[in-house]
Design a protein around this ligand. Structure first.
Ligand code: HEM
Ligand code: HEM
Ligand code: SF4
Ligand code: SF4
Length: 414
């Protein structure tokens, strides 16, 4: 174990905040972690990071799940010469038994630095710091314990979902089952890089969007309902009796002015056709208001952080889809495959699907995947007054006039 003093890191242990240095020192009985701290001290001394992009490393049969990490000072810091990350596919909703966690940690003490940052933004359990020669044995131990690796690189990334029906009354869909189902169905895409770039699927049970799918997922699946918000008027009266400001805190904050409260009768009403299902009123009065009964999900596309283009929020493409367990989510899976096909054919290297839509236009995307344009897709009113047609639509409207049809056909073929 390293006996070096680390005066600069000592500074980071002072102050009222929780210190990551203190936390890392708890694992410093492991020589890799001890040297990681030494390397960090050195980085602060030199005022530069000492990591470099290395080669591709992995385990047999997999084209993802391991992120190669190397220091640029391998002679001085041999223990962190290789300090690879392993991504372990988390269970739906991150529900582990304490036993499963202990197993995971034991495997990591055996094969790695003992450090993890459970869980990364990817969703996976992230095991930080091992060497190339430990990768396969570590993977074997993980497999035997029932764990699989997650996605990385140009793979489908490990799908993730919110706590869902297991712990939340707002769940409009069984996020846990759907996440598990998609992970299994698309195993091949998870383990083998076959896309222009990463593809993330994140599933929230309602518009509270606890996994922030709208900001982070190429495909966001967000639970919603299409009938009416359920109202318990007696419970509304109880809120009123407690002096709760229903008008100010609930009604006045409704984004579509779809709910009303009558202070005299103490009755709360919702204009359901105009309600945008934002969850605000339900969050504010959970004892009185509940999601509707006819539930499904809104499907959105294109959320991502910056790299090629700026950060995008995802964009509605299907306002309401019933997600049926009985038919194994066939409609959704079918749509996902059509999206992948178009992206695969048209995307440039490292171009996310949202960026491709930005480059080619939403109407190209909709036509290619066979989705009808609907008002819910409108982000803001258009500034351009021109209306666009597809040439083949002009042909169909001219049908009956053979000459015009032939002329239009000739036009299309140009
Ligand atoms: C060199 C001469 C001209 C130039 C460079 C020019 C340029 C333009 C441009 C750039 C626009 C905006 C197009 C858009 O928003 O997409 C426009 C619109 C328009 N121009 Fe011109 N223009 C010229 C001459 C004329 C003349 C002589 C007239 C009428 C006698 C005219 C009538 C209009 C009208 C009515 C619009 C609005 C069209 C619409 O909103 O649909 N322009 N012009
Ligand atoms: C009684 C006579 C007229 C009436 C009632 C009338 C009415 C209108 C109306 C309702 C619009 C649509 C405005 C909008 O969509 O915002 C319009 C647009 C237009 N009118 Fe007229 N108009 C008259 C005469 C004329 C004349 C004499 C001209 C040209 C010499 C003209 C040129 C235009 C043009 C170019 C536009 C399109 C403007 C744009 O695209 O922004 N109008 N008119
Ligand atoms: S997204 Fe909705 S259903 Fe899921 S945990 Fe959050 S509030 Fe509950
Ligand atoms: S869910 Fe949102 S839009 Fe609908 S009534 Fe409640 S506050 Fe208004």
């Amino acid at each position: 174990m390293s006996e070096k003093k680390r005066p600069l890191l000592e500074e980071l242990k002072k102050g009222p905040w929780p210190s990551f240095v203190k936390e890392m020192e708890k694992s410093a009985h492991n020589s890799k972690t001890a040297e990681l701290l030494d390397l960090l001290e050195r980085s602060y001394e030199d005022k530069t990071g000492h990591w470099k992009h290395g080669g591709i490393v992995g385990v047999t049969g997999y084209g993802g799940g391991v992120i190669g990490r190397y220091t640029d000072l391998p002679e001085e810091f041999p223990e962190v010469r290789e300090f690879h990350t392993m991504r372990v596919n988390q269970p739906s909703g991150w529900y582990y038994t304490s036993d499963a966690l202990r197993t995971l940690c034991d495997i990591w003490e055996k094969h790695g630095s003992g450090l993890t940052n459970m869980h990364g933004a990817t969703g996976d359990a992230i095991l930080l710091g091992t060497t190339t020669e430990h990768l396969q044995p570590c993977f074997n131990d993980l497999s035997e314990a029932g764990f699989d690796l997650g996605g990385s690189g140009s793979n489908m990334r490990t799908p993730s979902c919110c706590a869902g029906p297991a712990r939340c009354q707002n769940a409009c869909i069984d996020t846990l089952d759907l996440c598990h189902n998609l992970t299994n169905t698309f195993q091949d895409y998870l383990h083998r890089p076959s896309f222009p770039y990463k593809f993330k699927i994140k599933i929230s049970g309602c518009a509270n969007d606890c996994v922030a799918s709208i900001a982070r997922a190429d495909l966001s699946i967000i639970g919603t309902w299409r009938d009416a918000i359920r109202i318990d008027q007696e419970a509304v009266k109880e809120y009123a009796a407690q002096g709760y400001d229903i008008q100010g805190l609930v009604v006045d904050k409704c984004p579509s002015q779809a709910c009303t409260y009558n202070a005299e009768t103490q009755e709360f009403t919702v204009d359901n056709p105009n309600c945008v299902r934002c969850m605000h009123c339900i969050n504010k009065m959970p004892k009185a208001l509940r999601i509707g009964k006819e539930t499904g999900a809104t499907i959105l596309i294109g959320g991502k952080a910056t790299i090629v283009q700026s950060a995008f929020l995802s964009w509605v493409i299907v306002p309401f889809m019933k997600l049926e367990k009985e038919d194994d989510y066939a409609e959704l899976k079918d749509l996902i495959e059509r999206i992948w096909e178009w992206w695969d054919e048209n995307g440039k290297v490292r171009e996310r699907v949202g960026e491709l839509i930005y480059r080619k236009g939403m109407r190209e995307f909709l036509k290619a995947v066979g989705l009808p344009p609907v008002p819910q897709m409108v982000k803001h009113p258009r500034a351009n007054p021109y209306f666009f047609w597809w040439p083949d639509e002009i042909i169909s409207s001219a049908s009956g006039d053979a000459e015009a049809e032939a002329a239009a056909g000739a036009e299309v073929e140009k």
